[in-house]
Design a protein around this ligand. Structure first.
Ligand code: SF4
Length: 337
């Protein structure tokens, strides 16, 4: 009998900057620009990670960084000159350059830099195999107080714009940040509505909120979801989303095996090279160990590219990534062995 495939992508995580205009109460990644630990990675630093990723056989360069950092106080004063001297007007222009650098190293870019305008998306789309933005929730919650980019309508608009641009898109829900179960339902229907119109949502991440020591103001009233919550959410997701959308959990944040039995089909990006900068204490499991475990339970742990097989087969990905996608993918759209 054919084993059910559970997919993952071998990636590197490049946190271009940890400066962000938002101040989500649960965030352990963001630092104000004036903070001693605030950074904007140099091209040399990025190239060094890309080189290691290529040597380790990774296919995905995930660029995840703070949203509209230029709008954060003191960013221009601390990093503006360096950006200008390097020849870039904006962080998005710099990100586009880093995507080209990733392609030169043989890695497929996937940018998740928060809410982007239509023009910014249009600039990055040709250079990306896929892109992403967590919807998180359609609810207005206390944890997003004073966060310009966490207005649900702004996030839905970007997901819609990605659909108009035919970008294979990753979105998701963040669970345990003060939302209700009704909000899960509303968020899932909102995602399905956009997917029904544009057919571009390749995967949905169901991410369990996990406290970490990087939080500047540790949040006491937020509650990580239980395993039962996650199972209920997976079942709800299956009942609302069409099956062409992969359901993903992060294997460094929650043991995946039981959740796979309930309908999870993907374990996202796993890195043999870089840490999860958003959840730095949550180590990635070893790919070989996951493979052994899943194979012993009757699943096939199968590597994919940052663009899912369905979209590889439809040739729906950034035009400048085509040569590399075709080199890396097999006839079914998975990673070539
Ligand atoms: S969670 Fe993301 S959007 Fe919110 S403050 Fe942190 S980096 Fe910014």
């Amino acid at each position: 009998m054919k084993k059910r495939p559970i997919t993952y992508s071998k990636n590197i995580f490049i946190p271009v900057t940890n400066v962000c205009r938002n101040k989500c109460a649960y965030c352990g990644f963001r630092r104000p620009a004036e903070h001693k630990d605030a950074f904007l990675m140099t091209e040399e630093e990025v190239a060094a990670i890309l080189k290691k990723g290529a040597e380790a056989g990774c296919t995905e360069a995930m660029f995840a960084f703070g949203e509209s950092p230029e709008e954060a106080p003191a960013f221009a004063g601390k990093f503006g000159k360096r950006l200008k001297d390097a020849g870039f007007d904006t962080v998005i222009d710099y990100a586009a350059h880093l995507c080209r650098l990733a392609l030169e190293h043989g890695l497929l870019p996937h940018v998740n830099g928060g809410v982007l305008s239509f023009e910014e998306l249009k600039k990055l789309a040709p250079l990306n195999a896929s892109m992403g933005l967590m919807l998180e929730t359609t609810a207005e919650i206390q944890a997003h107080k004073d966060c310009t980019g966490k207005i649900p309508a702004a996030r839905l608009k970007m997901i819609e714009n990605a659909g108009k641009l035919k970008i294979p898109f990753t979105t998701g829900l963040l669970i345990g940040i003060g939302e209700t179960r009704n909000d899960w339902t509303e968020s899932l229907f909102a995602i399905q509505k956009l997917h029904g119109k544009y057919g571009h949502i390749q995967e949905i991440i169901l991410q369990n909120y996990t406290p970490n020591s990087g939080q500047e103001n540790p949040v006491r009233d937020l509650k990580p979801p239980s395993k039962t919550d996650m199972i209920d959410l997976i079942l709800l997701t299956k009942s609302i989303l069409t099956p062409d959308i992969s359901i993903q959990v992060a294997p460094n944040l929650i043991p995946p095996l039981e959740l796979i039995q309930y309908g999870v089909t993907d374990l996202g990006g796993i890195s043999p090279v870089t840490i999860d900068f958003i959840n730095p204490e949550a180590e990635w499991p070893k790919i070989e160990e996951l493979k052994t475990l899943l194979n012993s339970k009757g699943y096939e742990f199968k590597e994919r590219l940052p663009v899912h097989p369905l979209y590889v087969k439809k040739e729906q990905y950034g035009s400048e990534t085509k040569r590399l996608v075709m080199k890396l993918a097999d006839a079914d759209g998975y990673r070539k062995n």
